[in-house]
Ligand binder design. Structure first.
Ligand code: ADP
Ligand code: MG
Length: 231
């Protein structure tokens, strides 16, 4: 699984944030970051108290939301200058997201859940090669024999692995996981991280993970503590 990236972008870091300021329309929450860079082919853990803005920052880096001021460059693309459509196209091509609640569709099989990005985004073409890749990642994470099951017929750990497969099947340059181990027992926690880190190693992807599991932090190259970031 090798992510395809234009070579001219490789010299920039995967994430570069400068003088960022963000607030929601309502409420007095404010996220301010002077400078934050995360290198390519590396891993960073976002830690900090609940409500400190970890999920908000992932959304800004993915171009889901825009800051009031400042710059956000993800995979060499300055997001704040792009229209909503352009950011959506950017996201489809560059970002893989694993949500805390997995967000699997109960009426689709495991295989169709993994292939979902190709079903909902016209920009992604569902080719034979993609189907093969989907089957291969499923085998790699240990759910290769469960492709025709439905999510309700899977264990929690297996559901999580489907979500991981779906996030990596498009070969994203940036892989994001928002508390991916939140609901898992220790053995499955370790397994999910193994899968994410294996992918980072083989693909050159950058991994951004929000986590509350301090016993998992040793595995990350970089720890971004929101308590310090925001002070
Ligand atoms: P974390 O992921 O670190 O727990 P979040 O990024 O989810 O924190 O939230 C940061 C703050 O922004 C919280 O105070 C939260 O209530 C607020 N917030 C999150 N989403 C919205 C929204 N859509 N509208 C208004 N406030 C929000
Ligand atoms: Mg959160």
């Amino acid at each position: 699984m090798k992510a395809q990236r234009p070579p001219e972008l490789m010299s920039s870091p995967a994430i570069r944030i400068q003088d960022l300021s963000f607030g929601y329309g309502e409420g007095d929450f404010e996220l301010r970051i002077g400078k934050l860079e995360v290198g390519r082919a590396s891993s960073a853990a976002f830690i900090g108290p609940s409500g400190s803005g970890k999920t908000t920052l992932l959304h800004l880096i993915a171009g889901i939301t825009l800051p009031q001021s400042g710059k956000i460059e993800t995979n060499g693309v300055e997001l704040t200058g792009l229209s909503e459509n352009a950011r959506r196209a950017f996201r489809i091509k560059n970002i893989g997201l694993v949500f805390q609640e997995f967000e699997l569709l109960e009426y689709l099989t495991v295989l169709d859940n993994v292939l979902l990005p190709y079903r909902i985004n016209a920009a992604l073409e569902l080719t034979e090669a993609v189907r093969e890749r989907a089957a291969n990642v499923a085998v790699e994470v240990g759910i290769g024999d469960k492709l025709s099951r439905y999510p309700s017929q899977l264990s929690q750990g297996e559901r999580q692995r489907v979500a991981v497969c779906r996030a990596v099947v498009t070969e994203p340059a940036v892989l994001m996981a928002d508390e991916p181990t939140g609901n898992l027992d220790p053995r499955n926690k370790g397994r999910v991280l193994d899968i994410l880190f294996d992918y980072v190693e083989t693909s050159g992807t950058t991994l951004l993970t929000v986590t509350h599991d301090h016993d998992l932090l040793d595995r990350f190259e970089r720890i971004v503590d929101f308590k310090e970031l925001l002070s």
